[in-house]
Design a protein around this ligand. Structure first.
Ligand code: AMP
Ligand code: GLY
Length: 425
């Protein structure tokens, strides 16, 4: 089976690693990375260039194209490929609006009675400023469009909220704004597969968004995760499927935007019950690096079933052991970060039992006659480990992390610490 994987990050490395466990899979990636080049051929094409990515797919005629990141989804890559008769895992631009326009997503949730924070929409920043005078605090100011993780600002007071509007003003995605009620509680990342009509659960995780231990410092794309989420009992999974995921998939189908791919619900368990923070039209990063080590089936077959509208035939099986992934980032992340530092210890770490390394910002360079891995992005890599229980997974992940070094390396020391403590009770 020929598969084209679109993307280049740690999430795509994890997807490629799992896809390749089916020996019949011949993998291609665009634009790919040095890690993906070890798992198959890579083809150059910018991630935001739908015409170039479509040309790669037309040339290869893969049996399936899997789209990793939201940008090409928002630009209609899935539509372009389907119009060429290709099978695609990933939603159309219309269905991906559930992530790519927060205004669409919030209005959609209201239309379909899905539980979410109360909010107001602004097409004019001046009106948003007026509204903030009478808003309750904390309040959350959000850009409507995709902002690469920089579009959400939590504001404790009126003054901060005004500053948030100023900070968002230069971002094109912030032409329209949402001001939202702050939801306090533990977050859950919940994954479901959908084929347009049918949806099935596909794992849960707890992300760790803040850059420093104890959730201090600015939010990042995610500094580590554990799977399953310690909050998601079988009963809660059923509630999430019945009250959130299936109504969302049905609602999208009714509105003429059938959803095919991975639907990620970002949830908060509040004192008033479960609320939806957001939907994403793709796998989470780094949650995928913690979820996929637990998946025991054939990912290629499952994704093909989703692309072909026959998910009802699929029932994924999972390793009962939990997994933990710890992100190692470069100095400066989530701001502009150091690059070009040699990375030592990758092979030793990867050789540890139950450990996988997923590379995100890593490239290979020839230095002094030898090819070596060097840092090339903010989030450099994720170290994932399966354990007999959460404390064991934490220990295995951190033992492997301790073998890897590069100048300016940063990682949180408390990934899954809360979940491990709960597991010991
Ligand atoms: P979003 O892109 O909407 O998921 O926001 C990114 C992150 O900001 C979320 O994962 C939360 O940690 C935080 N966040 C967003 N909206 C809210 C909210 N209404 N209340 C509390 N935290 C929020
Ligand atoms: N880790 C959060 C996300 O992928 O959106």
């Amino acid at each position: 089976m020929k598969i084209l994987l679109i993307g280049s990050g740690g999430r795509e490395h994890a997807l490629a690693w799992r896809l390749k466990q089916n020996p019949a899979v011949e993998l291609f990636s665009a634009p790919g990375s040095s890690a993906l080049a070890k798992l198959g051929q890579i083809r150059p094409a910018a991630i935001g260039d739908v015409a170039a990515l479509t040309a790669v797919a037309e040339d290869l005629r893969p049996d399936l194209t899997v789209i990793g990141p939201e940008l090409p989804l928002s630009l209609g890559l899935a539509d372009a490929l389907r119009s060429k008769g290709l099978a695609v895992f990933g939603p159309s631009a219309a269905a991906a609006e559930i992530e790519c326009s927060k205004i669409f997503a919030k209005d959609f949730m209201v239309r379909h009675n899905l539980p979410t924070a109360s909010y107001a929409v602004f097409y004019d920043h001046q009106e948003a400023r007026q509204y903030l005078k009478h808003s309750s605090y904390p309040a959350v100011v959000k850009a409507d469009g995709l902002a690469g993780g920089k579009g959400v600002i939590i504001c404790g007071q009126h003054r901060q909220a005004l500053a948030a509007i100023d900070a968002l003003a230069p971002i094109p995605a912030a032409e329209r704004l949402i001001i939202e009620e702050y939801l306090a509680g533990d977050e859950i990342s919940f994954f479901a597969l959908a084929d347009g009509r049918t949806a099935i659960p596909f794992g849960s995780a707890q992300d760790h968004k803040a850059v420093h231990d104890y959730d201090r410092g600015p939010n990042t794309g995610g500094m580590g995760a554990c799977s399953p989420s310690p909050l998601v009992t079988p009963a809660l999974e059923k509630t999430i499927m019945d009250e959130i995921i299936r109504p969302a998939i049905e609602g999208l189908a009714i509105e003429g935007r059938p959803y095919c791919g991975l639907l990620y619900a970002g949830l908060v368990r509040t004192l008033n019950g479960l609320k939806i923070l957001e939907f994403n039209a793709r796998f989470g990063d780094p949650e995928t690096q913690a979820v996929l080590p637990r998946f025991k089936g054939d990912l290629a077959e499952v994704m093909m079933a989703a692309a072909q509208g026959r998910l009802e035939q699929v029932s994924p099986t999972w390793d009962p052991r939990p997994a933990v992934c710890v992100v190692m980032s470069a100095e400066g992340y989530p701001g502009p970060s150091r690059q070009g530092d040699a990375i030592a210890g990758l092979e030793q770490a990867a050789a540890r039992p139950d450990v996988e390394i997923f590379e995100a910002g890593v490239t290979r360079e020839v230095r002094q006659g030898a090819e070596i891995p060097v840092t090339s992005g903010g989030r450099v890599l994720a170290v994932s480990a399966l354990g007999d229980n959460m404390p064991d997974a934490v220990q295995k992940a951190y033992e492997a992390v301790s073998l890897i070094s590069f100048e300016g390396a940063h990682y949180r020391r408390d990934i899954a610490a809360k979940a491990a403590k709960q597991a010991m009770r």
